[in-house]
Design a binder for this molecule. Structure first.
Ligand code: SF4
Length: 443
């Protein structure tokens, strides 16, 4: 069999896209290798959400040039959001590259690779599919599908929100949902192959099902349907938008046992003027009200968020509002970034008025605060017994296994290797909390 080397940058959508390409390529005679030098085909699935991610990909591409020069038959391709954003420009900058495919081209990967091979040309495919819903066609025959205990399932792609700082609507196109029946079918298959936890995935999952389907299916209905699939032990979803977070979704946390007590709800800023400038379409008061309502339903809800500091025009006191919000909500975890202008986005034309040194100082303060909050939140688990879904053996000295509890904390623990297997749900008493991880022992 020919060998394909796949590397992924960016979000979980990209991880899922890479997995899909691996499957499609397997059916066309490629097996995945971990060694880039052994590969007949190298595909780098790229991200363009931040300027830094973009620079990293270009530098990686240049590092791969000698490999291509040494082996002209090697097919070198770039897929994903940066590929979509740059298109032909990518080839102009890096003419040794053979293929450039945006996220909507995942299903066409085999055809594009064949075209490169047969016609000996470079191919760029960045057009969006025009369908109003989206399908992940079933593959016939045996697949090497081995999902592990936790796996991702795409339910919606694209985004219609057009937050002023974000490239996603330009790289992944408009929102398109998959038919609920198709999603249920995939979850059933994954469970039959050993998956115990499913993470429903999309740039904006709670916008699921609003249009394009044979019958519109609200997101909370999909949650109930997936949760009823026998053998599934845990259900998560990411990422949500506060504007689409309905009361029914809050109640789903109360009513669905396997829907875990964790929510990743991006807030981006703690200040209403900045939120308005970002076109987030909600206020801080509305965000807090969702959290408070959730906490009345599920008091031990674990929360995480995304934060951008140094957005154009952000004053010191507006930034301080973000710190105040973080302290009020007590997020377990935050994905924190300093603002960088992205191509095609409205905010790229705003004067980027916050100097880099100020952005980086604000980012540092945000990180320090989050570290403190994470430690405080982790310590609340000391002495508690938590349910841990075992994901793998632990790399940590003195621990046997690693898994996650409901609130998405990573838990390293000791336990009997003869009795515990990957995919088991194990009760663990928490004995230590260090940074983002808990430590304990199986009981
Ligand atoms: S909701 Fe906003 S930040 Fe999230 S993907 Fe859509 S445009 Fe980007």
């Amino acid at each position: 069999m020919k060998q394909v080397y796949l590397d992924t940058y960016g979000c979980q959508m990209n991880v899922a896209d890479t997995d899909r390409m691996e499957l499609l390529l397997f059916h066309s005679g490629y097996i995945r290798t971990g060694e880039v030098k052994d590969a007949d085909l190298v595909l780098i699935n790229t991200c363009s959400i931040r300027e830094k991610a973009e620079q990293k990909i270009y530098s990686l591409a240049r590092n791969l040039k000698p490999l291509k020069e040494a082996n002209p038959d090697l097919i070198l391709g770039f897929t994903g959001c940066l590929a979509q954003q740059e298109g032909e420009r990518f080839l102009e900058k890096l003419p040794f590259v053979d293929l450039v495919i945006g996220p909507d081209g995942v299903e066409h990967i085999v055809r594009v690779v064949d075209e490169v091979k047969n016609k000996k040309v470079s191919v760029v495919r960045t057009q969006f599919d025009t369908d109003i819903s989206y399908k992940i066609p079933e593959l016939s025959g045996e697949t090497p599908l081995n999902p592990g205990s936790t796996t991702f399932v795409n339910i919606i792609k694209g985004c219609d929100k057009f937050c002023t700082f974000c490239v996603v609507p330009f790289t992944r196109g408009r929102e398109k949902s998959r038919e609920a029946e198709e999603i249920e079918e995939e979850v059933r298959l994954l469970v039959s192959r050993g998956a115990r936890e499913v993470v429903l995935l999309g740039q904006n999952v709670n916008a699921y099902g609003k249009r394009g389907l044979k019958r519109s299916v609200p997101f909370h209905e999909l949650l109930y349907r997936i949760a009823s699939i026998p053998g599934l032990k845990r259900l998560r979803f990411t990422t949500s938008h506060p504007k689409d977070f309905t009361r029914e979704c809050i109640l789903a946390y109360r009513d669905i046992d396997i829907l875990v007590n964790h929510l990743h709800l991006p807030v981006q800023s703690g200040n209403n003027r900045i939120l308005n400038e970002m076109r987030r379409m909600h206020t801080i008061e509305e965000y807090i009200s969702i959290i408070e309502e959730l906490k009345t339903v599920v008091p031990d809800m674990g929360l995480s968020t995304d934060i951008i500091v140094g957005y154009p025009g952000e004053s010191e006191s507006e930034f301080e509002d973000t710190l105040a919000l973080m302290s009020k909500i007590k997020f377990n975890n935050s994905y924190m970034f300093s603002y960088s202008p992205r191509p095609n986005t409205p905010a790229q034309d705003f004067p980027d008025s916050v100097p880099p040194s100020v952005k980086s100082a604000r980012l540092q303060r945000t990180i320090e605060l989050q570290k403190k909050l994470t430690l405080e939140q982790g310590k609340l688990f000391l002495g508690q017994v938590v349910d841990v879904l075992v994901e793998r053996e632990s790399y940590k000295p003195g621990a046997d296994f690693r898994g996650r509890n409901a609130q998405y904390w990573s838990v390293n623990f000791t336990g009997d290797r003869k009795k515990i297997s990957i995919g088991d749900m194990v009760k663990v008493v928490v004995e230590d909390a260090t940074g983002h991880a808990l430590r304990g022992r199986a009981i």
